[in-house]
Write a protein that binds this ligand. Sequence first.
Ligand code: UDP
Length: 221
Amino acid sequence: MNKLFAIYGASGCGRSLMPVAVEQLQRCYGNDYDSTQLVFIDDALQTDTVVNGHTAMSYESFKELKLENKSVLIAIANSRIRQSIAEKLTHDHIELWSVSGNSTLIMDSASIDEGTALSPFVTITANVTIGKCFHANLYSYIEHDCIIGDYVTFAPRVSCNGNIHIHDHAYIGTGAVIKQGTPDKPLVIGKGAIVGMGAVVTKDVPAGAVVVGNPARPLNK
Ligand code: UDP
């Protein structure tokens, strides 16, 4: 065994991404798949255990494993926790791992930063730029010329149309639809904004705002 991979977080998000990670290793390593090892890391664990057939351990135990090549996907929906764990991993010289399913489609000239989780049936179309530790859950898509910041989270089935800019730490709820912008006036979702489940976003969302409904409006109005 010469390469160790881990899913950080053994709750809902992590357990859903583990089979995607297995698919990715089988795809990338083929006959050498048996030379890889894949475990869960979860800080709630006091002792090593088994979750869905995979060894699960604390971060301290993971760090003690004597292997040079370690890569970790942070599979925790909370983007602030993702950022603090990413900073810890970088400090410890452990690589951020990106994972995508066999059914994930990535089209031309996409630029995707490290630590990204693309669930099954996610589609990223042409000329899309995506920051660090992005999560796109089942069936979400991003159309052409979108720019997605760092630590952005898409719940399942988000429809992100063309020329949309989504800033760091924004959260887009299940089934939300975001209207396309134009090259000279992209639709902007501000830093840390939350778009509620099923919302239809037709105009810019300010940083930190929570919007819901069709058409989407701030929750506090
Ligand atoms: N967790 C962790 N380290 C942290 C914060 C969270 O290992 O610093 C783990 C936590 O113990 C839990 C998982 O991450 O098992 C987060 O699970 P939760 O159900 O909150 O959300 P999910 O992201 O899986 O939807």
